[in-house]
Design a protein around this ligand. Structure first.
Ligand SMILES: NC(=O)C1=CN([C@@H]2O[C@H](COP(=O)(O)OP(=O)(O)OC[C@H]3O[C@@H](n4cnc5c(N)ncnc54)[C@H](OP(=O)(O)O)[C@@H]3O)[C@@H](O)[C@H]2O)C=CC1
Ligand SMILES: CC(=O)[C@@H](O)[C@H](O)COP(=O)(O)O
Ligand SMILES: [Mn+2]
Length: 382
């Protein structure tokens, strides 16, 4: 039986992870979990899975949970709580499913304590990929990708030689506004942006898919996870989200991973690797029912956020930290109705242009820059 610490249990990935763990309760137990504000969902999960420890965001949530909890659970709160459960000696697997760079220290802690890491929290790799991968390589701790494209690439690289990779091909659905022109984006609403054509996800990543920043973050994530130069990471539009990504080798063979859009599969694979388990209610892909698959060149004029991400990744240093912090702040403002959809890219570009890049920033510098960028943006709009 493997004990799991699930960071971000009440979110989209978190809840699907609970489903996977519950279906294999002979193999996994939810030993510890964390959440942010959603006390109602947290109580449902606590009742269902009976974790021993629950890490909450702050003392206010701590009080709210304590008042309603009738299970014998240890509750811890505050900044270090995520790291505390990631380091717990009983924990075998850490599933990092929090949204945002708030997951950074917990990732470093899970590496330090040599846990098996099922890694969804892409913002962590964007903001501090050089630190995270240096620590992971030194500790000999692999980050098992949960992100569907990176799970596909991980599978397509399996058993192959890295130096024989020609390029990585990341697929993008195009997001909620893929059939809208730049002009038509002027008046779109939050509700429009949250209407992803293929996936049901958390709000922030769904907006990121619409701006194409999600794919930009995934380019940086792939660079760090697999050590592939940015010049060898290509993004193509693939409306069906059936091919989750591909690897082309020097002989121009392309190895791809396909499946129905169901995040429980990459989640489960990161938990069970190198084995594969079956899963109830997971739909088999019927290619003859799909008929055709479509591929188009990515238009970076239409999606400037993808260009910003490549620029930040290639320039490196503290620029990816600025890109990620500005994006998190801008999307939060958009979701609150404070800025328009097209303002998101403007906020990011301005933050990047105003920044004086720091080379090879350490953890403290990354956290300082992250908070400074957010403060400056929120001052302008709140
Ligand atoms: N959803 C998906 O299908 C995919 C997601 N990912 C990545 O996985 C990660 C999670 O995404 P997703 O599940 O969609 O996100 P959600 O917003 O649905 O969930 C995020 C989780 O993190 C918690 N959380 C948010 N902010 C804080 C904070 N400051 N402190 C503590 N906990 C916090 C939330 O708590 P609460 O809700 O209780 O406030 C929630 O449990 C992201 O990095 C995303 O990019 C990658 C591929 C696919
Ligand atoms: C399910 C998942 O991994 C998301 O990152 C998804 O890929 C978003 O899709 P697009 O960014 O391709 O619209
Ligand atoms: Mn993805």
């Amino acid at each position: 039986m493997k004990s799991v610490a699930l960071l971000g249990a009440t979110g989209s990935i978190g809840k699907q992870t609970v489903d996977v763990i519950s279906q294999h309760s002979d193999k996994f137990e939810l030993y510890a979990m964390s959440f942010g504000e959603n006390v109602e969902e947290a109580l449902r999960i606590i009742k269902q899975c009976k974790p021993k420890i629950v890490a909450v965001k702050n003392d206010r949530v701590y009080q709210l949970l304590k008042e309603q909890l009738d299970e014998p659970v240890k509750i811890i709160s505050g900044k270090e709580a995520l790291s505390e459960i990631s380091a717990d000696p009983t924990v075998d697997i850490v599933v990092n499913a929090v949204m945002g760079s708030v997951g950074l220290r917990a990732t470093l802690t899970a590496i330090e304590y040599k846990k098996q890491i099922a890694f969804a929290n892409k913002e962590t790799l964007v903001t501090a990929g050089h630190l995270v991968m240096e620590a992971a390589n030194q500790a000999g701790v692999p980050l098992l990708p949960v992100d569907s494209e990176h799970s596909a690439i991980y599978q397509a690289l399996n058993g192959e030689k890295k130096n024989q990779v020609q390029k990585i091909i990341l697929t993008a659905s195009g997001g909620s506004f893929r059939d809208k022109s730049r002009e038509e984006l002027e008046g779109v609403t939050v509700e429009d942006a949250l209407n992803h054509p293929n996936w049901s996800m958390g709000a922030k990543i769904t907006v990121d898919s619409a701006t194409m920043m999600n794919k930009g973050l995934e380019v940086i994530e792939a660079h760090w996870l697999f050590g592939i130069p940015y010049e060898n990471i290509e993004v193509i539009l693939h409306r069906e989200s059936i091919i989750h990504s591909m690897v082309e080798y020097v002989d121009h063979s392309i190895i791809a991973q396909l499946g129905t859009p169901d995040m429980r599969i990459p989640i489960q694979y990161a938990l069970t690797y190198p084995d594969r388990y079956s899963l109830n209610r997971s739909k088999a892909l019927q290619l003859t029912e799909i008929g055709k698959l479509h591929f188009e060149k990515m238009d970076e004029q239409r999606f400037p956020c993808l260009t910003y991400a490549y620029r930040a990744g290639k320039e490196g240093g503290s620029l990816p930290t600025v890109l990620n912090a500005a994006n998190e702040a801008a999307v939060a403002l958009f979701l609150k109705g404070k800025i328009s959809f097209l303002d998101i890219e403007k906020v990011i570009e301005r933050a990047m242009n105003l920044h004086h890049k720091v080379d090879n920033p350490n953890l403290e510098m990354i956290e300082l820059i992250d908070s400074e960028v957010r403060k400056e943006i929120f001052q302008d709009y709140l």
